[in-house]
Design a protein around this ligand. Structure first.
Ligand code: MN
Length: 133
């Protein structure tokens, strides 16, 4: 079964693009437009993966991720998707409990493949041949 992916993003254009791409591959997509709504959605929807903008209303992506880590549920991978381009930002993201980091702008050609690296093989929508076999 394809994964459920929670997108926490306040920019409607970026959100629409990510939703479109993931749904086109058959993913079950849920979204939230601010940090507090994102935490509630993480608790309610039990996603397999969370894509987190860092600059969000009400609560930053960093604080939202920390709160999600405190939920009484299995650890879910959280990937930062952000336009932050400051030196050291990637290091901070990885140090603060995220599993990965994708830079905006979102590249439609590679986005789904990139996020699938954070999903178990059996939860990916489009099984691919494994070059290692
Ligand atoms: Mn934002």
């Amino acid at each position: 079964m394809s994964a459920r992916i929670l997108i926490i993003e306040d920019n409607v254009t970026n959100l629409a693009l990510m939703e479109y791409l993931l749904r086109a591959f058959g993913y079950d997509v849920v979204s939230a437009a601010d940090g507090e709504a994102g935490i509630a959605a993480a608790e309610r929807e039990r996603p397999d993966l969370i894509l987190m903008d860092l600059q969000l209303p009400k609560l930053t992506g960093f604080n939202s991720a920390a709160r999600i880590r405190e939920l009484d549920q299995p650890r879910v991978p959280i990937v930062a998707v952000t336009a932050f381009a400051m030196v050291g930002d990637r290091e901070r993201v990885m140090a603060e409990g995220f599993d990965g980091y994708l830079s905006k702008p979102i590249e439609p050609e590679t986005f789904v493949t990139e996020i699938e690296a954070f999903l178990p093989q059996d939860r990916r929508a489009a099984p691919r041949s494994d070059p290692a076999r």
